[in-house]
Design a protein around this ligand. Structure first.
Ligand code: SAM
Length: 269
């Protein structure tokens, strides 16, 4: 394994924080562990040469590779089920009553390999399936094109489906010829639109959102970055809309414009 000097470590983590919001200040070992192989296979002999090259050229494919190595894309279907129960029992009935144009706008921000937006798409199908006229498309974004590639491929190992109700496995997945490998069915897949988006950037989507899922993403951000992002989310939320964050995360109640409803669940009044 290569070692990184304090100076090169600081140059690298400052760059990552400024551009992607991700705080790696306590991750020196992780950086050395996860990047050494990549650096050597790129032909560099030291972290110094790699960091010089990376920061000078800022080539999208090199930055992408680094981000893929340093962030975690871990996720699975029906993760943090309490949110999905609340979504089905409280949020959707409210939206059904109030959205006169029958257009919902739901955003999975930091969607990783797609399990979260596809879960949402299945819940929407369950709820609105027999109700005509509803446009319930889900926007799913991530900074990692690698993760988005997997999301669009939509093929998953059985282990990722462990929380999925058995009937859904037959309704919303297609078994592939490979044992234990499932593909998301077109009716679920076609209801999700994937885009690359860095959450550090201004939010300029056409519609404001009724629900934003941003779960297990802001854990990597420091307080100031997180608060600024939550303010941008707030601007992009319809009145009465919701922000759902990961259950291991929290927002400082004094500094967030959203109203706290219950753990990991906020609302714009
Ligand atoms: C652990 S996954 C969360 C997946 C899913 N939301 C869940 O809760 O299971 C975190 C995702 O956040 C993405 N991410 C990290 N920083 C980001 C940024 N600045 N902009 C957009 N996505 C980011 C990562 O690429 C990764 O796919």
């Amino acid at each position: 394994m290569l070692t990184i000097t304090d100076g090169d470590f600081l140059r690298l983590i400052n760059f990552v924080k400024a551009n992607y919001g991700i705080d790696l200040s306590k991750k020196k070992q992780l950086i050395m562990g996860r990047l050494s192989g990549t650096i050597m296979s790129m032909g560099f002999e030291s972290f110094k040469d790699y960091v010089d090259y990376l920061l000078k050229n800022k080539k999208p494919e090199d930055l992408e590779l680094m981000l893929n190595k340093l962030t975690t894309n871990y996720t699975y279907f029906m993760r943090e089920e309490a949110h999905f129960k609340f979504f089905t029992e409280t949020i959707l009935p409210y939206l059904e009553k109030t959205k006169k144009n029958k257009v919902l706008s739901i955003w999975s921000a930091g969607c990783s390999s797609g399990e979260e937006p596809y879960t949402i798409s299945m819940l929407l199908k369950e709820y609105f399936g027999s109700k005509p006229g509803w446009d319930t498309r889900v926007l799913a974004t991530d900074i990692s094109r690698n993760a988005l590639g997997a999301a669009q491929h939509a093929v998953y190992d059985e282990s990722s489906l462990k929380e999925v109700p058995p009937t859904w496995k037959t309704k919303y997945f297609v078994k592939t010829p490979e044992p234990g490998i499932y593909e998301v069915a077109p009716l679920i897949k076609n209801n999700v639109i994937f885009r690359t988006f860095n959450l550090m950037e201004p939010i300029h989507f056409k519609l404001k959102f009724d629900v934003i899922f941003c779960r297990n993403v802001m854990i990597y951000f420091d307080q100031a970055t997180k608060e600024a992002l939550v303010k941008r989310f707030y601007q992009a939320t319809n009145p009465g809309g919701y922000l759902l964050i990961g259950h291991s995360e929290s927002l400082n109640k004094e500094n967030t414009p959203y109203k706290y409803l219950m753990p990991a669940t906020y609302r714009k009044e």
